[in-house]
Design a protein around this ligand. Sequence first.
Ligand code: SF4
Length: 218
Amino acid sequence: MENMESEVMNVMPVKRKDGTYAVRLCLHQGLFNRAAMQTVQEVMDTFGLTDLRVTTGQRLNLEGVPADKIDSVLESLGNQVEKCPPGISVCAGGALCKYGKQETREITDRLLAVLKSNAPYPFKVKSGVSGCAMACGLSFVRDLGLVGGAKGWTVLYGGSARHRAAPGLTLAKGASADEALDLIEKGLAYYKENGKKGERLGMMVRRLGSEAVLDALT
Ligand code: SF4
């Protein structure tokens, strides 16, 4: 596994209803290493903080930071950012998991680069990368999904885990990493062109209809 011991964490303040703050640790691919743990432990001891919460997006929130201490806590933890990089849920993948058909970490980094280079979008784009069809990376219900198979990647588009939950449209099966990422880039351009401001990708697909979207992208 990649050695991330020397990396400085990006941290983002999140205001809470009760006037306190959470500090979001923008973990890269859900990895939390020894150096980061030590830093967080020291900050929690110094500022008397007790709760660290795992988020659904594979990040960590340090909760209950009083407003008058937020600046000092942020400074002690790492680099303050306005927003964490786009959320990608990624499973352990074929390098670690016995069920994995494809390795997930490298393609996730490449997907993140594609997402960053094509931004901004009408609304947030969440992605999921899974090394097999068990889809522990939530690939079927993310805006963009990749699922590893024996012959390559299944590419999913416009999934949603919200109140009208639905899996994404299948744009390709057995695609190489390059083909999958090219298709995703095409899908992002389509979203930028056709999505309304504030409209999630899955809602756009429902408004336009699966047939029209598939015709345009495949
Ligand atoms: S999706 Fe498959 S490869 Fe990934 S952690 Fe789950 S079982 Fe393992």
